[in-house]
Design a protein around this ligand. Structure first.
Ligand code: GP9
Ligand code: MN
Length: 417
């Protein structure tokens, strides 16, 4: 019945900062926003090498004239790419189980495409997969995307496909004409595909050698990440040649992890560690988040940040006040630091601590500070330095879940300007 709304509203209000206090409010006003969702790209490949070769030479260069968030976490669960999309469009958390795109695709939302439409933006998604995968056709329509260029919009042959479908280089190349034909300004989200498990790539598309470990998955990951890096580089060239570059900002984000815990042994070898601890596992959930604004220098930002923050950050860049929104993210160029990044399993990262699986770690050193695990049956474990924040994190996740399970936005009238 919506009785929970006042409390949730108050909580969401407290997180907000004044748009005027945002360092970059309005710098992308009236500009196109080109968002690249990079399949399975994790932060550990950035500025890293394999067999002596850079894994992502283009992204490494791009970071030098962009805003690069080096402590940015994905917050996805079983809905994988669709969960990351849900986070960035709504600044709400995906669900602890299942894919919210499927289970609550018909809810009332107040998503970015709907909001920016009021400010003259056209919105689209470009992704060379079947339109009903992850129930995207239903959800996109519901949250206000104007167009979805799905697999039917692309020329797909055996020669230009690998693994899950159309290769990223072909995908970007065939997409330029759609960008050119769209009304301006637009917000367009590209979802890449080649760097998807099991990381298949033909030999002629591989510029670097695989890694050599007992994990075929980790070994193959590096050449396919490099392939995506090259595809993005070619896309930037095409953007410049087509004249779209100057009037756009380009945002790049990894959607979720590509290498699961199953490959910890190989991963520890690659990272030159004795083992992958629960602390390391959390730190491996970082994905790149890069905001490239032509003409601006940018910098590396070390503050903690996450996918939940993308919507308020982008809205403010576009000069759109998100005052009437209900969300759980923060403008990453705003004055306040985040208190915590909540992962969907209840693990969290604060400025000082990393908490996961009942254990509290020092964020800087990875040192175990304490464990809440009970050693005697029936006797609760000890509190740790992380314990006070644990309930705040649970509260936030629970508010978000209540909105979705109760379809609470039905009862709320967002006063769009
Ligand atoms: C499929 C693509 C990959 O369309 O988004 O899906 P994933 O398995 O990463 O969620
Ligand atoms: Mn994905």
């Amino acid at each position: 019945d919506g009785n929970e709304m006042p409390e949730i509203l108050e909580y969401s209000e407290e997180k907000k900062t004044n748009p005027e206090d945002s360092e970059l409010f309005g710098v992308a006003e009236g500009k196109n926003v080109i968002f690249l969702s990079l399949e399975s790209v994790q932060s550990f490949v950035i500025n890293n090498t394999v067999n002596g070769e850079e894994v992502t030479p283009f992204l490494n260069d791009l970071i030098n004239d962009s805003y690069y968030f080096e402590n940015f976490y994905h917050q996805t669960e079983q809905g994988k790419t669709s969960d990351s999309e849900f986070l960035i469009e709504n600044s709400l958390y995906p669900l602890p189980r299942g894919a919210v795109f499927f289970t609550h695709g018909q809810n009332d939302y107040h998503a970015m495409p709907e909001i920016i439409k009021e400010h003259g933006y056209f919105s689209s998604v470009l992704h060379a997969n079947n339109k009903s995968f992850w129930n995207r056709d239903v959800m996109y329509d519901n949250i206000g995307f104007d167009h979805f260029y799905d697999v039917a919009a692309y020329e797909v042959t055996d020669e230009n496909s690998v693994g899950w479908g159309l290769k990223d280089k072909e995908f970007f190349e065939q997409s330029i004409k759609y960008l050119q034909s769209q009304p301006k300004p637009f917000y367009s989200k590209f979802i890449t595909l080649t760097n998807h498990y099991p990381f298949d790539l033909s030999e002629e598309d591989a510029s670097i050698e695989p890694y050599n470990s007992n994990s075929r998955t980790l070994n193959q990951y590096f050449p396919t990440v490099r392939y995506t890096d090259e595809a993005v580089e070619e896309f930037f060239t095409d953007l410049k040649e087509s004249g779209l570059y100057e009037d756009s900002i380009i945002v790049l984000m990894g959607d979720h992890y590509g290498i699961s815990d199953f490959h910890n042994k190989a991963m520890s070898m690659y990272l030159d560690k004795d083992e992958i601890t629960p602390y390391d596992h959390v730190q491996l959930q970082r994905v790149p988040f890069i905001i490239h604004i032509p003409g601006m220098e940018g910098r590396v930002i070390s503050d903690i940040a996450a996918q939940i923050d993308v919507k308020p950050t982008l809205l403010h860049l576009m000069g759109i006040d998100s005052e009437n929104d209900i969300s759980f993210g923060q403008d990453l160029f705003g004055p306040d630091d985040k208190e915590f990044v909540a992962l969907r399993d209840g693990s969290f990262i604060s400025n000082d601590y990393v908490y996961t699986k009942d254990q509290c770690f020092d964020r800087e050193t990875g040192e175990l500070l304490g464990s809440e695990v009970s050693t005697v049956e029936g006797v609760p474990g000890e509190d740790t330095a992380c314990t006070p924040m644990k309930s705040d994190v649970q509260q936030e996740l629970s508010y978000s879940d209540q909105i979705i399970y109760g379809d609470l936005f039905r009862f709320y009238n967002f006063n769009l300007e």
